[in-house]
Design a protein around this ligand. Sequence first.
Ligand code: ATP
Length: 715
Amino acid sequence: MRLQSIELSGFKSFAKKTALQFDTAITAIVGPNGSGKSNVAESFRFVLGEQSMKSMRGKRGEDMIWNGSSAVPRAGRASVKLIFDNSDRALSLDFDQASLERTVHRDGVNDYALNGSSVRLRDIQALLSQANIGASGHHIISQGEADRVLSASARERREMIEDALGLTGYLYKREEAERKLDKTAENMREVEAVRRELGPHLKFLQSQVKKIENAERLREELAVSYTDYLSREHWYLKSARAELQEERGAEHQRKELDTKIAHLRAGLEKKHDKGSDELIALEERARKSRSRRESLVRELGGVEGELRAQARMGSEEGTVPMREARSFGEKIVQLAEGAQWQELLTFARSFLQKLTSGGEVARAKEELEAKKRVLESEIKTLEIEEAQVGQQLAALRQKIESDKDASRDAERELFAAMAERSSLESALALLRSKEESLMREEERFKEEVREAGALLQKIPEYEGQMVVEDESRGAQEERRRKLERLKIRLEEAGLGNSGEILKEHQETVERDAFLTRELQDLEASAQSLRVLIEDLTKTLETRFVDGIGLINKEFDEYFKLMFGGGSASLQVTKEQKIKRGVELGEDEGGEQEDVEVEEGVEISVALPHKRIKGLHMLSGGERALTSIALIFAMSQVNPPPFLILDETDAALDEANSRRYGDMIENLAKKSQLILITHNRETMSRAGVLYGVTMGSDGTSKLLSVKFEEALAVAK
Ligand code: ATP
């Protein structure tokens, strides 16, 4: 890799675009004080990504930009472009040429470009470290800075040496790995925090799931119990209903009894009425017939009396026997007493007539006898009739008597029927109350089936179940109570939105598992990063120790060359630094001292013929010689592609200037050298000389000069 050119535009005093070609191994830049030579050296720092403005003699980015003069207006930005020949692919870029460009704008914003493409600073640094162009800038020694390697702290010196040894690439890698490790640790902390946060929620969900599972078990138990209970209940109700249906026969029986009772009653009433009517009629007939016969018998008696009176008168004319007269008188009295005035009159007249004429007596006698015969016949007829009616009455009475016996049987039958009916009635009342309670039980059963359906989300199968056990209702009651207890427990389990909880639990478990995997992945990558860091540290350690050995050899030689004797060496030191303020828990004793081992590099020198042991005892020139010896030694061990030395030779006397010149030529075999110098000896070793002058417009101007011209320009 070779430096080809650098192009400055708007950078510091280089207002206009100015390019320097580096075609030879040694290029010298000469010019009067204040012309802008150091600005060129700084332009290298700038384009290589220097972040310290102080090291470029500025306070902020803006200070790098041409600030204007009365003749040339200020620039809006400063940019520097560095071009390398990369045909050896020292830079891992698949181009023969690598152009690096940095631009700073007035607002302080920086742009980096690699072969025209915008890149990040870190990309530039990583790329350059491959070619041993580190950030510490050990290859750019600014004016008065050669001494820096001596005045730096042991730790800074170590960094410079690491950079010179080309260990920056490893350091970058290690820093990158450490950054990644930090980031990984941070990610792990974050993931752990999320997981910790998830913990209580997961725990809560787990307890909920346990409850749900418990409730599920209860529900299963409930389903089994329900099936058993409902099957039995169904069977019981069915058989109770059938039994009741059978008992229903009593209703029919009662209807039949009602009909029978009505019939019996009616029969009894009818018989009684009919028998007595007939008896009354017959008795009336008998009474009338007797009364008529008695009247006829009396009349017959009267007719017979008259006949007897006639017979007597027929024998004793005109006289009336005493007995007849008395009979006449008695008859008159009897009729008068009976108020039978008509009969009395008739009797009296006939008596008188009987007394008056005998012819008439005969006629009257015939009449009386005819009458007597009629009466007698009539009486006879009545007597026959009376006998008949008597017979009928006797028969009827007998019939009534026998009917009365028959009624008594019917009554007995009626009473029996009524008794049966009343017992049936109470049986039916019992049946009704049974029916009512069965209906209530059936209603409750329906309600229970509905409730079971709601609780189990499905109605248990109870119809097809065979229940053969014959048991008391008490056992079923006990089952029902058990069901109630189960329902209460299920209710207490409170399974509102179990689906959602299960889903959330599943999701949370998955999330937790995901986080756990994430943590494992992070831990794995953290582990490989730790291994990488360890490896890099070991490599760095070995290379550093080896490098120090090599530098020491060169350092000692250069030192001897410069001082004509003596010795110099580097020592790796380990310093224990105490860090304070690490907060710890009270039981651990509050603050604790944290010891950190800091590795550094110390320099020890021994001048010839002088008993000088410390760097602080060296003169200015001796310091310059020592630092040059060290810088050159470092460069020799791991030569950088180029080395910029800004007036490193300023303090050298003539003899040392020559030795310096020799060393430069030696160095130039391995690195391109850009030397800013006023030293004639140094100028004489350069292949190309650039003269920098400050124009009246305040801008730096560049011109290629010959050695003689250079001597003049440098003044
Ligand atoms: P010496 O030989 O004394 O070391 P030099 O040649 O190295 O001098 P520089 O230090 O490179 O000179 O140049 C400094 C000059 O650059 C000064 O005159 C300064 O005013 C000028 N300068 C620095 N920054 C800017 C800027 N931003 N704009 C304009 N001019 C600037």
